[in-house]
Design a protein around this ligand. Sequence first.
Ligand SMILES: [Zn+2]
Length: 288
Amino acid sequence: MTSDAKLRKKSSLLDNFTPYYSPPHDTGEFSMWFIFYKNELLIQEKQGSYHVPLLNIVEQDKLPLINQFYLGQYDSIHCFGAEINPITSIPSGYQALGLRQLFGLISDDLLTLAGRVIHLLYWDSTTQFCGRCGHTTLLKTDERAKECPQCGLINYPQLAPAVIILIEKDNEILLARSPRFKPEMYSVIAGFVEPGETLEQTVLREIREEVGIQVHNIQYFGSQHWPFPQSLMIAFTAQYLSGQITIDHREIEDANWFTIENFPPIPNKMSISRWLIDWFIEKQTNKN
Ligand SMILES: [Zn+2]
């Protein structure tokens, strides 16, 4: 399987989803609601399986919803995002679960949509007023944006692009430990793109800054949206070229070369950092 095919398997493609910005007059008897309560999604459990709630109008009205918005259409179902008032308690019949806990409990498509909702809720809460003149903003109906009726400034949901890089050296890869990681875990190198940089320049700069080595043969691997914070992770592989590992202790506390036989604990299977590492493991395993 090529890395592209692997990524298609692992990363939700949302083939059946179309974003829209204004709800239709008739949303059908039931619509799907991605409702957040203190950054956790409300989920219904029925006989051991977990569901994003499909609600009729009566059930919607019973919930203390705030900040609701139309998300678009998934298959033939209209989808909404919303949050419930954080000073209330979780409504009966629901559980509230974080996105990481939901991994494997609901489909990758629905998990991706939930991530989109949490991003849009955050965007909505931080763009109530125009950043230039302070006037109250209005949602646009033809695109996902807000417009200031006073000065015309348009505000789109912001994404912070970040690169994430697997560096290969023969049968080893470079893994590093950030003090923010859980104990003993190592991962690949990552960092945010600076304004004006190309992605390739960010890759070279981050590697130089964090571990002091040079790489070449930078290849695109895949991407993943990550809602905390609102970032788009763009993953690459690269080959070691020269230099000794020299750690920037402000960012990381250890970095080393590892073979698959001596890997430390690595990130869980929902992150693209893990997909990169799994790609390397599979390649090495097939070689042996
Ligand atoms: Zn304005």
